[in-house]
Design a protein. Structure first.
Length: 78
């Protein structure tokens, strides 16, 4: 490990928890890119599980709700 990385990692312990988590996520992304494998975070895994549950139970947005979202998005960009 190079000296700069060692110095930063020594200081990480003094960072707020949310900054430490951001570093963890960045490191995971780098690792996944190098290994050609993406590792899901706990939050991503939970979001996927929620989506799969919604799919299984037929909990989908109505066409009207989706159209409203698109109308709002188009209005914001005009």
């Amino acid at each position: 490990m190079n000296q700069s990385a060692k110095e930063i990692l020594r200081r990480v312990d003094t960072w707020p928890a949310e900054d430490q988590e951001e570093l963890v996520e960045a490191a995971r992304e780098i690792e996944a890119r190098r290994a050609s494998t993406y590792l899901l975070s706990d939050e991503e895994r939970a979001a996927i599980e929620r989506g799969l549950w919604d799919m299984r139970t037929g909990n989908f947005a109505s066409e009207e709700a989706i159209a409203a979202i698109f109308r709002k998005a188009r209005g914001a960009s005009e």
